[in-house]
Design a protein around this ligand. Structure first.
Ligand SMILES: [Zn+2]
Ligand SMILES: [Zn+2]
Length: 302
C-alpha cells in the first residue's frame, strides 16, 4: 500500500469509527409500560437509553426498552456490553430477563449500578429472576456476567468517561454525566428537583447545576405538569418547568424531556413542548427542547 492509499484507508477507518455520537431512547416511559394508540409516537416502553460511539454501545437502564435493543445487539454479533443502572425500581430493570444477549455464551456483559446499603448489584439486579417473580432462574444466563458497584466517582468504558452523582429520588439513585468524543451527555431519568428529605447533603442544587453544566444533551425526568405536582410532591419526580430551569441554569444546549407519565398522551406532550418553547423563546433562552421519542436515532457532534 502506498502512502496516499494508506492515508486514505486510515481516514476511512477514522470516519468509520466515527467522531460523531449517536444516541437513542429505546424506552421513554416512566413507571409502567404504556403501549397503545395514544402513546405510539413517543413510545410505551420503560426507561432505556443507548449511547453509540464507533463500535461501543453503552446502555443506560434496562426497562422494557432493553428488549428490542438486545435483539438488535444479537443481530449484530457477539458483544462486549456495558449496562449502567441509575437504580432498581421496576421500570428501570424489568426488561433485563428479556435481554437476548444474556443467553448467548459468547457475550460479555458488565452491569454497573449503585449498591443499596449492603445489597450488591448482582443481587439487586438478578433478584427479580427469583422463582416467585420469574419462571427462568438467573443460573440459565449463559453470557459472561460481571457486576460492579458505583455509588460515586468516575468510571471508564473504553474512551467513554462517566461521572455519577446521587439525585433526589427514593433509594440510592444516580444521574450519569457521560463524556465521549468531546461531547457531554447527562442522563438523569428519575430526579425530584424540588424534593425534600432526600439524603443528598448540603449544596445539592449547586452541585447538580454544575453536574449538568454545559452539557450538549440533557435527558431529564419531566413527569408532571405544575398542577399535577401539587398532589405528587415526594413521589420522586420533576415537572417540565423544573427540567427546563435546570437545563437553562446549567447552560445545557439541548434538553430531552423524559420519563413520560404513563397517562400522558402524544398529543398532550406536543402541546406541552410547544408551550415550553414559546415560554423559553420569550425569555430569550437558547435552549433547544423536545420530548424524548422512542426508537429515534439522534446524531450529536456533526
Ligand atoms: Zn422511573
Ligand atoms: Zn424510580
Amino acid at each position: 500500500m502506498d502512502s496516499v492509499s494508506r492515508a486514505e484507508s486510515l481516514a476511512a477507518t477514522s470516519v468509520d469509527l466515527g467522531s460523531a455520537v449517536t444516541v437513542r431512547c429505546w424506552g421513554t416511559r416512566g413507571s409502567i409500560p404504556s403501549p397503545g394508540p395514544t402513546t405510539v409516537r413517543y413510545g410505551g416502553n420503560t426507561t432505556c437509553f443507548e449511547v453509540r460511539h464507533g463500535r461501543q454501545r453503552l446502555i443506560f437502564d434496562a426497562g422494557t426498552g432493553v428488549r428490542p435493543l438486545g435483539n438488535d445487539l444479537v443481530e449484530k454479533g457477539p458483544n462486549a456490553i456495558h449496562i449502567f443502572l441509575t437504580h432498581f425500581h421496576w421500570d428501570h430493570i424489568q426488561g433485563f430477563p428479556f435481554f437476548a444477549p444474556l443467553y448467548d455464551p459468547e457475550d460479555k456483559i458488565k452491569v454497573v449500578g449503585p449498591k443499596q446499603r449492603d445489597i450488591d448489584v448482582q443481587n439487586l439486579f438478578a433478584g427479580q429472576m427469583g422463582p416467585i417473580y420469574f419462571p427462568v432462574p438467573f443460573s440459565v444466563v449463559a453470557a459472561e456476567m460481571d457486576f460492579e458497584h458505583l455509588n460515586e466517582g468516575t468510571f471508564e468504558a473504553g474512551d467513554v468517561m462517566l461521572d455519577v452523582m446521587r439525585v433526589r429520588h427514593p433509594s440510592f439513585v444516580l444521574g450519569y454525566r457521560i463524556q465521549v468524543a468531546g461531547l457531554t451527555i447527562c442522563f438523569i431519568p428519575d430526579n425530584e428537583m424540588d424534593g425534600k428529605g432526600y439524603e443528598v447533603g448540603q449544596g445539592w442544587e449547586k452541585r447538580i447545576t454544575d453536574f449538568v453544566g454545559d452539557a450538549d444533551l440533557l435527558i431529564h425526568d419531566s413527569m408532571y405538569t405544575e398542577e399535577e405536582y401539587r398532589s405528587r410532591a415526594g413521589w420522586g419526580h420533576s415537572t417540565f418547568e423544573q427540567s427546563v430551569r435546570l437545563a437553562e441554569e446549567g447552560g445545557v444546549k439541548r434538553l430531552l424531556l423524559f420519563h413520560h407519565d404513563p397517562m400522558r398522551s402524544d398529543d398532550e406532550l406536543d402541546g406541552i413542548v410547544s408551550r415550553l418553547r414559546d415560554e423559553s423563546l420569550a425569555r430569550g433562552s437558547a435552549l433547544e427542547l423536545e420530548a424524548a421519542a422512542e426508537g429515534v436515532d439522534l446524531s450529536l457532534g456533526e
